[in-house]
Design a protein around this ligand. Structure first.
Ligand code: SF4
Length: 231
């Protein structure tokens, strides 16, 4: 089961302020806050340990909203077969930026460093989003080099695809190899982790030009909508 660790994530403070600065305007007027921002940007760059575990699974058939894999496992509902219909394989992966980021968010919170905890939390979310987009781009390049097509990617729980399928993904992949586990309530630990799935096949799949955000139940209410490419 391939594990990829050689990712270079970028944290551009100027770009972040352009995108999200409006939510921090009042906070940044407080004494010492610009320094807190600088320190937190250094912190995310130091603490993030990006890793991805993934595998390509042959598809046996698609039945209504579900995909039946060659091993007999059933995965998907909601928009999965609309997006991945016609795929011969499913690429399934778990991405994480590691436990150190989540631990530090918790430590700042415990120490009453609310702004620092909140900012690091947001940067951690952007970091794992960026990692999932980089991994998807990597899959796309690989598929294209083999003359294949790839669908957009989806994550359980983001769209109408039920979060319950996290359990199927964690049965298929031994994500403990990159330090990620699934709790009984289907939350990934460490929290700054994401699972994703994309279809690979000889013909184009899904609706051209759409992304996972177009299928997400958060829609435009999400501050990160369409921004998984990172900062
Ligand atoms: S809308 Fe937000 S939560 Fe939904 S997939 Fe896009 S970035 Fe993720």
């Amino acid at each position: 089961m391939p594990i990829l660790r050689d990712w270079r994530l970028t944290f551009d403070q100027a770009q972040f302020m352009q995108e999200y600065g409006h939510t921090f305007v009042r906070i940044l007027r407080r004494p010492g806050m610009p320094e807190v921002f600088d320190a937190t940007f250094r912190e995310i760059a130091e603490l993030a340990e990006p890793a991805v575990i993934w595998e390509s699974f042959p598809v046996q058939e698609m039945r209504h909203e579900a995909v039946i894999l060659a091993g007999g496992q059933r995965i998907g509902n909601g928009p999965v077969t609309t997006v991945m219909g016609g795929a011969s394989h499913l690429a399934i992966g778990v991405c994480t930026v590691g436990a150190a980021v989540s631990d530090r968010i918790h430590e700042h919170k415990e120490a009453g460093e609310v702004v620092r905890s909140m900012l690091l939390d947001q940067l951690g979310t952007l970091a794992v989003g960026q990692l999932s987009q980089r991994f998807y781009d990597w899959l796309k390049t690989d598929a294209t080099s083999r003359g294949l097509h790839i669908s957009t990617y989806l994550s359980p729980g983001e769209s109408e695809w039920s979060v319950r399928d996290q359990a199927v993904i964690f049965d298929l992949l031994d994500a403990t190899q990159i330090g990620v586990s699934l709790t009984e309530s289907l939350l990934m630990k460490p929290i700054k982790s994401l699972s994703l799935m994309a279809g690979i096949g000889s013909q184009p799949m899904g609706v051209p030009g759409t992304t996972h955000c177009d299928y997400c139940t958060m829609g435009d209410r999400c501050p990160f909508h369409g921004k998984h490419a990172g900062i």
